[in-house]
Design a protein. Structure first.
Length: 140
């Protein structure tokens, strides 16, 4: 499985988001889904995930919030972790997605796709109403 270090060159090529774009901080299931998406296909240290959240425009997270979320995700079986002692310095916890985490993420994406489709239809109706106002609107 690839690690964050393997993908560093790709993420460092991205332009950092502006501070205006970085004001949104997902929480709860949204934060969980973002962390799961970041872990899909590779494993990472909690610190790397905090950095990626910031790079992706989600603001400057308190590391404790992310670590608490990761530990909760591990307790519920969405991620697993192991201690990495391969580098110099203290052991660090490496996280990776579990089968349950993949299912949670897939369901989350399906729900978002459904909401996106509903919002697109609403937007089409709203645009049509602006272009073609009904007769009752014209008589008002």
């Amino acid at each position: 499985m690839a690690t964050h270090q393997d993908k560093t060159s790709k993420s460092s090529e991205k332009e950092p988001k502006s501070r205006d774009q970085a004001s949104f901080k997902p929480s709860g299931d949204m934060l969980t889904a973002n962390l799961l998406a970041m872990l899909k296909g590779w494993s990472a240290y909690g610190y790397d995930l905090v950095q990626r959240l910031e790079e992706e425009g989600f603001g400057d997270y308190n590391k404790g919030t992310v670590y608490r979320t990761l530990r909760q995700m591990e307790r519920t079986g969405l991620v697993s972790s192991m201690w990495d002692t391969s580098e110099n310095g203290p052991a660090r916890r490496m996280y990776e997605l579990t089968r349950a985490g993949t299912l949670f993420l897939d369901n989350w994406i399906a729900i978002l796709d459904t909401h996106k489709a509903m919002l697109e239809r609403f937007s089409e109706f709203a645009d049509a109403a602006r272009v073609n106002p009904t007769e009752s609107d014209e008589n008002s």
